[in-house]
Design a protein around this ligand. Structure first.
Ligand code: HEC
Length: 130
C-alpha cells in the first residue's frame, strides 16, 4: 500500500474508534486499554511501541509524541480532534474515556525522566503544519 493510498483511505473515512473488549473496559488498566485502541486504530500509520519506525513515514512515532506533549494536551487534542490541525490525519470520533486511555498509553512510552511536566500549555496543543 502506498502512502498516497493510505492517505486517500484515511481521508475517505470518518471513523469511530474500534471499541475494545468489554472485559478490558471493566478490568484492564487505562494504559492497556489505550494500547489496544492504538493497535486497532493507529498502528497502520504510527509506530506505537517503544521501538520501531512508523509504517507511514510522515506519521511521528508515538514515543516521540510522548516527549513533546503533556498528558492533558494530548487528551484535549484527541477530544477536539487532531484532524482539524492535521489534514493528513484521519478524522475520528472518540469518547473521553478513549481519549484518556490513548493519551495515557502514549505518555507511558516516554523514556523515564523525559515526560514533560512543566505547566506551560501551548495555546495550540498540536504543532502547526510546516
Ligand atoms: C492514516 C494514517 C494515520 C492514522 C491511522 C493515525 N495517524 Fe496520527 N498522524 C498521521 C500523520 C501523517 C501525522 C502527521 C501529520 C502532520 O504533521 O501534519 C499524524 C500526527 C499525529 C499526532 C500529532 C503529532 C504532532 O506532533 O503534531 C498525534 C497526537 C497522532 N497523530 C495521534 C494518532 C492517534 C492516537 C491515532 C489512532 C487513534 C492516529 N494518530 C492514527 C497519520 C495517521
Amino acid at each position: 500500500m502506498t502512502v498516497a493510498s493510505i492517505l486517500r483511505l484515511a481521508a475517505a473515512v470518518t471513523f469511530t474508534l474500534g471499541s475494545v473488549a468489554s472485559a478490558e473496559d471493566e478490568g484492564g488498566s487505562l494504559i492497556a486499554k489505550g494500547q489496544s485502541l492504538a493497535e486497532a486504530n493507529c498502528a497502520i500509520c504510527h509506530a506505537i511501541n517503544a521501538t520501531g519506525t512508523s509504517p507511514l513515514v510522515i506519521a511521528p512515532a508515538f514515543r516521540d509524541i510522548a516527549v513533546s506533549y503533556e498528558l492533558a494536551d494530548l487528551e484535549d487534542a484527541f477530544n477536539e480532534g487532531v484532524a482539524t490541525e492535521h489534514p493528513a490525519m484521519p478524522d475520528w470520533q472518540m469518547t473521553p474515556e478513549q481519549a484518556e486511555a490513548l493519551a495515557s498509553y502514549i505518555m507511558s512510552l516516554a523514556p523515564a525522566g523525559k515526560q514533560k511536566t512543566d505547566l506551560e500549555v501551548p495555546s495550540q496543543p498540536v504543532a502547526a503544519m510546516p
